[in-house]
Design a protein. Structure first.
Lengths: 146, 423
């Protein structure tokens, strides 16, 4: 049967660790595509915030990542698969206020330990998996109809 | 239904346009296309920033403001409400008094200075920030081009816009009330004329987004009024009707970037100008990247309104003058505090209705079809040379791919692809 679910838009982007100059461009691109498709503003807002936080975590803590963006009329899924140091204790990382940011990073306005909690708050489903010394995968899902 | 047709205060003079692409590149919202060698702009995308007026070497983008001679009077009394930018267009010795008097000499029945309303509005902004419980940061509402950029490209952020009247509107409303009362006429018989530095404010008067109506009736460009006013201002000083201008003060706040924020109590502010930096900042806000920022002062024109497209003086010269004027006529806004607070709580400054989003139409009203079209667009884009040459008449290869999907353009219009295929 062919229906709404068959229509899938799939795009890939890459993010470089430590590249603060370009940080945020992937979430901005994703946001503008969602606007052109015409998703409700609140859905777009949630995807943008969650993607931005995850993108920043790659920039701050990882070496590089591939971002896969998949859209169907029913849902939006953003997956960030990074290579980097990984997270030893995911539960701890998810806690509001937990951060391992250095002073230098804090001076740039990050390191409040709010990123992952924000992603959780703005997504309908969140999966974080990680292997220390290898990398972290963050999968964010937001439903199109709230 | 949303308004189908948006008013704009500029148009293309097709005779003067020779199809160069300066405007194409200058437009921050990619609203301009060149077709058959002539430029035009897409109404729903245009946010009235005026960049195209600055960019065109032939003056083919022309403002549609009123004129001193050409626009018929709309009432018994014609009162000038000059943007404070006007003062920066003359050597600072001229000073506000002579300029205001000059406006009377060239035909206005009255003039009302905006300075007091600027002070009030600054105080009202302070009070608003103190009581605000909604989303941060609050974004200034005085620049109509920024307001429209938010309505069109950042619809969710309309909720962040400061819902207070701009000083020009407050001044016009007060002028009408006062003159109607004093002369025993109705307010509608008082015509309030804004002397504007930009087309954006003309639009905000003729098709307000900032409320249901504007208290200004007419808008004349600073550049239009300048020659006559210059002559009047340079005449030897004769009797100044002092009672009219007794309390002249000058705060550069609302004409030059950073002035409003500098007077706020919070130190958590950002002042930004120029469409490309404003856009970047709005992206950051939308991503909720800006934490701990309470107020954004945003002006479409580089340097603030002194950089408007309908001024005559170089923005840096004007900036230096605003600083000197502020030193000479500067003041302590605290003296208005009690009055402003009372007025604030009576709703004196509030916008009559909130600013509504004006989102762009999606690629298709049906989400599934829209997704398919984004896919198609990206496929087309992948096949294009990605050099953003503009020869097709669209500002970028991406905009061109979108135009093809929307049916505005033919793929064959890409001359570079065609040339490559021929090899
Ligand atoms: N992609 C990642 N790779 C490695 N470690 C990560 C990654 N993402 C998060 N972490 C770890 O999890 C911690 C918490 O992340 P979170 O985004 O919640 O806060 P933060 O980045 O420290 O601060 P904020 O996001 O408020 O700027 C980080 O300090 C870091 O130690
Ligand atoms: S006014 Fe600004 S947005 Fe409108 S067409 Fe000109 S450059 Fe583009
Ligand atoms: S910054 Fe000032 S002059 Fe420029 S468009 Fe905005 S309101 Fe007009
Ligand atoms: Mg983070």
């Amino acid at each position: 049967m062919s229906g709404e679910r068959d229509i899938v838009l799939r795009e890939q982007f890459s993010v470089a660790g430590r590249d603060f100059g370009r940080a945020g461009t992937v979430s901005t691109t994703i946001k503008s595509m969602l606007k052109q498709i015409g998703f409700p503003p609140d859905v777009i807002r949630r995807v943008a915030i969650a993607t931005y936080e995850a993108e920043m975590n790659v920039v701050v803590y990882a070496d590089r990542a591939t971002v896969t963006f998949e859209v169907t009329p029913a849902e939006i899924v953003v997956t960030l698969e990074d290579q980097g140091r990984g997270i030893a204790d995911i539960e701890e990382a998810m806690r509001e206020g937990f951060s391992t940011a250095t002073d230098e990073i804090r001076e740039m306005g990050f390191g409040a330990g709010m990123g992952l909690p924000n992603i959780k708050k703005n997504s309908d489903d969140l999966k974080v998996t990680s292997e220390v010394g290898v990398g972290t995968t963050v999968r964010i899902k937001v439903l199109a109809h709230q | 239904m949303a308004i189908e047709k948006y008013y704009h205060a500029h148009e293309v003079n097709r005779e003067a346009c020779d199809g160069r692409m300066e405007c194409l590149r200058a437009c921050p919202t990619d609203a301009i296309r060149v077709k058959d060698g002539k430029a035009h702009f897409i109404s729903e995308l245009c946010v009235d920033c005026g960049e195209c007026l600055n960019a065109c070497p032939h003056g083919a983008f022309v403002p549609l403001a009123d004129t001193l001679e050409g626009t018929p009077r709309k009432g018994k009394l014609r009162v000038a409400v000059p943007s404070p930018v006007l003062y920066s267009q003359f050597p600072s010795e001229a000073g506000p008094r002579r300029i205001l008097r000059g406006l009377l000499q060239i035909g206005f029945d009255h003039v009302f200075d905006v300075a007091k309303a600027c002070d009030w509005a600054t105080l009202a902004t302070r009070l608003y920030l103190k009581e605000h419980t909604g989303r941060w940061p609050v974004i200034s509402s005085f620049c109509p081009a920024v307001v429209r950029l938010i309505q069109v490209k950042y619809p969710e952020l309309t909720k962040n816009i400061l819902p207070l009247q701009a000083p020009r509107e407050i001044t016009a409303r007060e002028a009408k009330r006062k003159l109607a009362r004093e002369n025993g006429i109705s307010e509608s018989e008082v015509e309030a004329v804004y002397i504007t530095p930009c087309p954006a404010k003309v639009v905000s008067i003729r098709q307000p987004a900032e409320g249901t109506r504007s208290f200004l009736d007419t808008a004349i460009a600073i550049s239009e009024i300048y020659p006559a006013l210059r002559e009047a201002v340079s005449e030897p000083d004769h009797e100044i009707k002092d009672e009219l201008f007794e309390d002249i003060t000058y705060g550069p706040g609302w004409s030059s970037l950073g002035g409003i924020t500098g007077l706020l109590e919070t130190k958590r502010w950002i002042a930004v100008s120029g469409m490309s930096d404003v856009t970047k900042l709005l992206d950051d806000i939308e991503n909720s990247k800006l934490r701990n920022v309470e107020f954004i002062e945003a002006a479409a024109c580089l340097g603030g309104c002194i950089g408007g497209s309908l001024v005559v003086e170089n923005v840096y010269v004007a900036r230096s003058r605003t600083i000197r004027l502020a030193q000479k006529y500067g003041h302590n806004i605290a003296r208005h505090e009690h009055r402003a607070e009372r007025l604030y709580h009576s709703g004196f400054f509030s916008l009559e209705s909130p600013i509504a989003p004006r989102p762009l139409s999606p690629l298709d009203p049906d989400i599934a079809k829209a997704i398919a079209k984004v896919k198609e667009r990206d496929e087309i884009y992948a096949s294009l040379p990605k050099i953003d040459c503009g020869a097709c008449g669209s500002p970028t290869c991406m905009a061109f791919a979108e135009d093809v999907v929307k049916g505005y353009a033919e793929l064959s219009a890409c001359v570079v692809s065609a040339a490559r295929a021929a090899h």
